[in-house]
Design a protein around this ligand. Structure first.
Ligand SMILES: Nc1ncnc2c1ncn2[C@@H]1O[C@H](COP(=O)(O)OP(=O)(O)O)[C@@H](O)[C@H]1O
Ligand SMILES: [Mg+2]
Length: 251
C-alpha cells in the first residue's frame, strides 16, 4: 500500500443522542479512488463533511496529511480547504450565469489570477469534461448530465488535491452514469490527486474504485480492493452486495 493522504482516527460523532459514527477509522490512500458504501443514513455524507473540515468530530481525529484538523486555527483550516473540493449530491450552478462564468467563480473569488489566465483554465476544465463548446450557455440550456459535468469542471479549476464526490451518479441514466464514472477516473488522473466517492451504484463503484470501504453501524467493517471486497466472507458485506433481504442487516 502507498501513502495515506487523509485519515479518520477513532472518530465518534453524534447528533443529539443519535450516534452516527462510533470509533470509526478510515485511511484514504494518496493517488487512489476510495469508495464508501453503506446503507442510507449510515453516515457516508458525514464522513465527507469531516474530511472537508465542515465540522469536527465529537472525539477522535481527522487528519489531512500531517495536519490534525481538530487542532488547526481557522486560518489554516481555510487554507487547507482550498486543497479539498466537495462535490455535493445536488450541487447547483447559478442560473443567472453562463457555464463559463459559473466554472470561473472559484478562481475569481479565491485567487489573484488574471482574466486571461482564468479563461484559459476554465476552457481547459470544460474541455476535460467534454463541454468545450458550452461556455456561453446558461444552465437552463444544458441536460442533467451536462450540468453535472459542468459542476465537476467547477470543482477542479482550483486543482484540489482531494476531491470528495457525494452520490455523483444518483438519478442519472445508465449511459450518463457510465460517462460520469469514467470522468471521475480521468479527472483524478489529470489532477494527479486523491478522490473519495460515495455512491449507491455498485456497478459504477466496481468500475472506478481502487479501494472500497463499507460503513455499517458507525464503523468501517470492511476495507480492501474491489476484488477483496467481492471475495469478502463478512456476511454483512455479502448481503449488501447481493442486495438481499435475508441476512444479518436489520431491515
Ligand atoms: N444536521 C443534522 N442534524 C441531525 N441529524 C443529522 C444531520 N445530518 C445528518 N444527520 C443524521 O445522521 C445520519 C447519517 O447521515 P448521512 O451522513 O447523511 O448518511 P448517508 O450519507 O450515509 O445517507 C442520518 O441518520 C441523518 O439523519
Ligand atoms: Mg448521503
Amino acid at each position: 500500500m502507498g501513502k495515506v493522504f487523509a485519515r479518520l482516527d477513532d472518530v465518534t460523532l453524534t447528533y443529539g443522542d443519535h450516534v452516527v459514527l462510533k470509533n470509526c477509522s478510515l485511511d484514504i490512500m494518496e493517488g487512489a479512488i476510495t469508495c464508501v458504501i453503506g446503507l442510507s443514513g449510515a453516515g457516508k455524507s458525514t464522513i465527507l463533511h469531516l474530511l472537508d473540515a465542515l465540522r469536527p468530530p465529537d472525539s477522535g481525529h481527522v487528519y489531512i496529511g500531517d495536519h490534525d484538523l481538530c487542532h488547526l486555527p481557522e486560518r489554516d483550516l481555510a487554507a487547507l480547504r482550498q486543497k479539498i473540493s466537495l462535490s455535493f449530491q445536488f450541487a447547483a450552478l447559478l442560473d443567472s450565469m453562463t457555464i463559463g462564468d459559473n466554472v470561473a467563480l472559484p478562481l475569481r473569488e479565491n485567487t489573484e489570477l488574471s482574466e486571461p489566465e482564468i479563461l484559459h483554465i476554465v476552457h481547459d476544465a470544460l474541455e476535460s469534461v467534454g463541454l468545450a463548446g458550452s461556455s456561453e450557455l446558461l444552465p437552463s440550456e444544458l441536460s442533467g448530465g451536462m450540468l453535472k459535468r459542468a459542476g465537476f469542471a467547477r470543482s477542479i479549476v482550483t486543482r484540489p488535491e482531494l476531491i470528495l464526490y457525494d452520490e455523483p451518479t444518483t438519478g442519472l441514466d445508465p449511459i450518463v452514469t457510465h460517462l460520469i464514472t469514467n470522468m471521475i477516473v480521468a479527472l483524478r488522473k489529470k489532477l494527479n490527486g486523491t478522490a473519495v466517492v460515495i455512491s449507491q451504484d455498485l456497478r459504477s463503484i466496481f468500475m472506478m474504485a481502487d479501494y472500497i470501504a463499507m460503513l455499517f453501524e458507525g464503523t468501517i467493517i470492511a476495507f480492501g480492493t474491489p476484488e477483496e471486497i467481492k471475495r469478502s466472507d463478512n456476511p454483512i458485506v455479502r448481503q449488501f452486495l447481493a442486495g438481499s433481504e435475508v441476512g444479518p442487516i436489520p431491515i
